[in-house]
Design a protein around this ligand. Structure first.
Ligand SMILES: NC(=O)c1ccc[n+]([C@@H]2O[C@H](COP(=O)([O-])OP(=O)(O)OC[C@H]3O[C@@H](n4cnc5c(N)ncnc54)[C@H](O)[C@@H]3O)[C@@H](O)[C@H]2O)c1
Length: 342
């Protein structure tokens, strides 16, 4: 129980229904209750139309601990939170719930985008290496043939030795993919208008214009954020520049790829694809993407799931600990960076 000298900050959990139980293990709730004055079992699902208990907690809260599905922090919600000074987001992008009103109020924001980048990068590494070995294709053909076959001949020209991988976007995820690719015998190209030559050298990649990257890579992996300028950045011209047999990986957002231009390239079998995200996010039931043998379609699962949510909670609680100690966040979200961030 708080007492007169308890100067720990007051906190409130705010996220969509069904999230807190997966995000927080007992140890996280214990740590939260140790670092802050909070009820670690009270979760605000709707800050815009709060229950009396949530309204009281919001009125007292100095910091919100948020995750997916948190209510947008509009001026109206903020008016009901006069003591609020910070938001610790235990997930990636804050664009859904952090509004201009938050920045105008000077609220400090941090997110666990760094922790959420790791599983996406791991998924990407796995699919890059699988693409080089044509795993989807050979597993499919083996299942169909069930007989002796000249696999060396069939898979001639495949492999992961001295191939070129093109990374689109040196985002947190893109950078982590570049780092994970280092031990392999692969050349890595990068397209990113915000990276200069010296930085590319530090990253160990060759900075390359987008069309040239598409033309020169066996695998093109897209990691840029969804922004007006990245809409359909992989369009007909980039797709037709890709050599036959190129694999396109998209774990970023569906809108970055012109799917209308991509579909014919996939149905003819000229290109291969790994699509964790699509536009729309759930392709219609008749979409060929579900059935094409050269497409691996996954339901937006590259990011944190299962135990990986605990990593985001751990990172968020590290930031909560800094806040409680009066320190600035280690990984603050800056309003000025948002126009080019996820
Ligand atoms: N599939 C999933 O489960 C999943 C999970 C998390 C993130 N994502 C997506 O992954 C992508 C990367 O996320 P992040 O958090 O690493 O992004 P981020 O916020 O770190 O990306 C920002 C960086 O992207 C680069 N960039 C900006 N505009 C660009 C452009 N026009 N062309 C190329 N590069 C550009 C710049 O280097 C910029 O600093 C986003 O699209 C995000 O939505 C997907």
């Amino acid at each position: 129980m708080p007492h007169a000298t308890d100067n720990r900050p007051t906190a409130l959990l705010a996220m969509g229904p069904g999230i807190a139980g997966r995000l927080l293990a007992d140890r996280h709730r214990t740590r939260l209750a140790t670092l802050t004055r909070t009820d670690p079992h009270l979760v605000a699902h709707d800050l815009a139309d709060p229950t009396p208990e949530v309204a009281a907690a919001l009125a007292d809260a100095e910091v919100l601990f948020t995750c997916w599905g948190a209510t947008p922090l509009t001026a109206e919600v903020l008016a009901a939170a006069p003591r609020l000074r910070a938001v610790v987001h235990a997930a990636g992008s804050v664009k859904h719930h952090i509004t201009d009103a938050c920045w105008e109020r000077g609220i400090a924001v941090t997110s666990a985008a760094g922790a959420n980048a790791l599983p996406v990068a791991e998924f990407t590494l796995a699919t890059i290496l699988f693409a080089g070995k044509r795993i989807l294709h050979s597993a499919d053909r083996y299942r169909a043939l069930r007989t002796d076959h000249d696999w060396l001949a069939e898979l001639d020209g495949c492999g992961n030795y001295r191939r070129t991988v093109g990374i689109v976007g040196a985002s947190r995820i893109g950078r982590r993919v570049i780092e994970l690719l280092r031990p392999f015998d692969l050349d890595v190209l990068l397209y990113d208008p915000y990276v200069d030559g010296p930085e590319a050298t530090r990253l160990g990649v060759r900075l390359t214009p987008l069309d040239e990257l598409c033309a020169s890579s066996s695998v093109v992996s897209v990691h840029a954020p969804q922004l007006p300028e990245t809409h359909h950045m992989i369009g007909a011209a980039q797709l037709s520049a890709m050599a036959t047999g190129t694999t396109l990986i998209n774990t970023a957002r569906g809108s970055l790829i012109d799917e209308e231009a991509l579909l014919p390239e996939l149905t003819t079998g000229r290109l291969h694809a790994v699509l964790d995200v699509t536009e729309p996010e759930l392709p219609p039931a008749h979409s060929p993407l579900y059935d094409l043998p050269n497409v691996l379609l996954t339901p937006h699962v590259a990011g944190s799931l299962g135990d990986e949510l605990h990593r985001m909670a751990d990172q968020a609680l590290d930031e909560m600990e800094r806040f409680a100690a009066g320190l600035p966040f280690a990984d603050p979200v800056r309003a000025g960076a948002l126009p080019r961030s996820a």
